[in-house]
Design a protein around this ligand. Structure first.
Ligand SMILES: [Zn+2]
Length: 400
């Protein structure tokens, strides 16, 4: 077996969709997938072959809601027990002026804060993030740890932007792009009325994605579904702030829900923690939960080149240990993350066969030795706001 470097690679003995098979990557795309292949069936002459020995391959995960620049700020105390989003935003603004730790967090350079937001996602197997704020230039750069959705319209909310700006935002978003807005985030009448106000403004259509939806009642959820719209569900944030979350069972059954972490100001540590929370909150089975961060998320965000393992899709991959359910996994369990055909985060054995040693830096993640792409490790080593639980052991790694 030789290192894959940048040439074609075939993963064999991989668990894919319940079967044991092979997956071939050429350049930045998946070239072919065979769920029942024997080792060697797919590999072409000259391919590097990586034996996964029964480890499971999934599409790289999609985090449908985050604010990438806010993940280094101190979290709000839980439970918040607010009635609506306006109340918790004003609490954030108060802390911004009165809490030294919060002020210090805000003072860290924007790109460093964005980097930590990217690392949070990459280390949890996320390869695509829907970021709900301006698309800062650093997010589109080749050194950012994940993809960030760029073909998307968004508005913060009715209470911050006002009706006219919200309507203009929706109307100026091409129908082929998703349009995303915080709405029904709370438990009072103000939160409950937001969906109807959006509908009256003509802003509930097939490309509309409502973030939170805690206050939606049954009729509103039915209307959302009939309109072809979707819900981005962030249960950790909802439970912390309001003590309850959206009713998602029916919407999930019809593929109308994607899962998001929100930022760590109110949300969970990462998308893997959020999946665990979703399992507790909604009692869905493993396959339904996985689709909230893969297939259904891609469909709602109109990303037809990811979210499924199929020929032609982007080679964004997550490898989990054999037999470990995704919703029980932590970031230290992850065996390998590949973005566009490039391995970025791995256990040592896969790191050795995937890329030359100069590609990697040795790190510890939650106490477990791991390998991180050296450029990301170098950037992380100089960031004032570090990622809690991650330490860099060696910036230049040499395989034993
Ligand atoms: Zn948000």
């Amino acid at each position: 077996m030789h290192q894959t470097g940048s040439g074609p690679v075939t993963f064999v003995n991989a668990v894919i969709a319940g079967g044991r098979g092979a997956l071939r990557v050429a350049g930045s795309r998946i070239a072919s997938v065979n769920c029942a292949a024997r080792p060697g069936d797919l590999a072409c002459a000259g391919d590097a072959v990586v034996d996964l020995r029964g480890d499971r391959v999934l599409p790289g995960l999609i985090n449908a809601h985050d604010h990438l620049q806010l993940n280094t700020l101190p979290a709000l105390p839980a439970p918040g027990l607010f009635d609506n989003a306006r109340e918790w935003i004003s609490q954030v603004n108060l802390r911004r002026r009165s809490d030294p730790a919060f002020e210090a967090g805000v003072a860290v350079a924007l790109n460093e804060r964005l980097l930590i937001g990217g690392m949070k996602n990459l280390l949890s197997g996320v390869t695509t993030v829907a970021h709900h704020d301006p698309l800062y230039p650093f997010l589109a750069g080749e050194h950012f740890p994940t993809r960030v959705v760029n073909h998307c319209g968004w508005s913060h909310s009715l209470y911050i932007d006002g009706e006219e700006e919200v309507r203009n935002s929706y109307r100026s978003t091409p129908p082929s792009w998703p349009w995303i807005i915080h709405a029904a985030e709370g438990v009072d009448a103000e939160a409950r009325d937001e969906f109807s106000r959006l509908d009256a403004l003509g802003c509930v259509g097939p490309n509309t994605l409502i973030v939170h939806g805690v206050a939606l009642d049954g009729a509103q959820r039915a209307r959302l579904e009939i309109a072809g719209a979707g819900l981005i569900w962030c249960p950790s944030s909802n439970l912390r702030l309001f003590g309850r979350t959206a009713q998602v069972t029916e919407l999930c059954r019809h593929g109308r829900v994607a899962l998001g972490t929100d930022s760590r100001l109110s949300g969970s540590r990462d998308l893997l923690s959020e999946l665990g929370m979703a399992r507790e909150a909604a009692g869905m089975d493993e396959a339904a939960l996985e689709s909230l961060v893969t297939r259904d998320a891609a469909a709602l965000l109109k990303l037809d080149d990811r979210g499924k393992l199929r020929a032609g899709a982007r080679a964004d991959l997550l490898v989990l240990p054999a037999g470990l359910p995704l919703t029980s996994a932590t970031r230290a369990d992850i065996r390998l993350v590949v973005l566009g055909g490039r391995a970025l985060y791995a256990d040592t054995d896969y790191a050795e066969v995937m890329m030359p040693s100069t590609h990697w830096a040795a790190v510890h993640v939650d106490g477990k030795p791991k390998m991180l792409e050296s450029g990301l490790a170098a950037a992380l080593s100089t960031a004032r706001a570090g990622e809690s639980g991650v330490s860099i052991s060696e910036l230049t790694w040499r395989a034993a």
